[in-house]
Design a protein around this ligand. Structure first.
Ligand code: 6PG
Length: 238
């Protein structure tokens, strides 16, 4: 069963999400000594990352990954890595050797191939042969996409052994991206999906309805999914 929390506004979502992420990171660290955290880009998580940087987390135990990346240079304004570097990695003093950047500058295929190798090398826990990330922070598009998995895309039909894929036809600019597969998102121990603003209300409702390739977020493992939404993005009757 998906756990849904609604907050009055975007700032409250960021505060609640930062606290929840920090709590979970510390719980996993205490249990296992290392935590694999994957971040998304876009605009929604920016404030959450800023608040998270101020939380009491033992960052030396956290390995930072990415759910997706645009095929741009790491210093490009469009880079998800740059967003995380500026709002979380640098302010929290995360050691660079624990930050696993998707090399978007290499292009979709080579970047995805390299990332799949890094995931396989550094993430020890497996489920059906796939690396198990402890927590994946996701946004959601108005069309119900998560990471760079878009409605009806061939990436949703990837083979079960695939970890990371290149995208060349993203409907959300820029067109070329690297994304974790649905398989990796579904074996993750937890996904935390953040949604703010009225433009996301339909997607959030569709995500909670019947699973469909037309709404990639609806294909996430519901019993491992936590949604934190503001009132504007809260589910409305379909
Ligand atoms: C990306 C993101 C993407 C994002 C959603 C929501 O690279 O664009 O990873 O999946 O989370 O598109 O984006 P906003 O938060 O900007 O609405």
């Amino acid at each position: 069963m998906t756990h849904l929390t609604t907050c009055v506004d975007a700032e409250s979502v960021a505060t609640r999400a930062a606290a929840e992420i920090a709590r979970y990171l510390e719980a996993v660290r205490t249990e296992r000594g290392v935590v694999h955290l994957a971040l998304s880009g876009g605009t929604t998580p920016k404030r959450t990352f800023e608040r998270l940087a101020a939380e009491q987390v033992q960052w030396e135990a956290v390995e930072v990954w990415f759910a997706d990346e645009r095929c741009v240079a790491p210093e490009d304004a469009e880079s998800n890595y740059r967003l995380a570097r500026e709002t979380l990695i640098e302010p929290a003093g995360l050691p660079p050797e624990r930050v696993h950047r998707m090399e978007g500058e290499l292009g979709p295929e080579e970047g995805a191939r390299n990332y799949a190798q890094a995931l396989g090398k550094h993430v020890a826990t497996r489920d059906r042969g796939l690396p198990v990330l402890d927590l994946v922070v996701l946004g959601i598009g108005p069309d119900g996409h998560v990471a760079s998995l878009f409605p009806g895309a061939a990436t949703l039909e990837a083979g079960e052994e695939e970890l990371c894929l290149g995208v060349r036809d993203s409907p959300k600019p820029p067109p070329e991206r690297i994304t974790l597969t649905l398989g990796v998102l579904r074996v993750a121990a937890r996904c935390l999906l953040l949604a703010t603003g009225a433009s996301k209300a339909h997607a959030v409702s569709a995500m909670l309805a019947d699973p469909s390739n037309h709404v990639p977020a609806s294909l996430l493992r519901r019993e491992r999914l936590t949604v934190i939404a503001d009132d504007a993005a809260a589910p409305t009757p379909i």
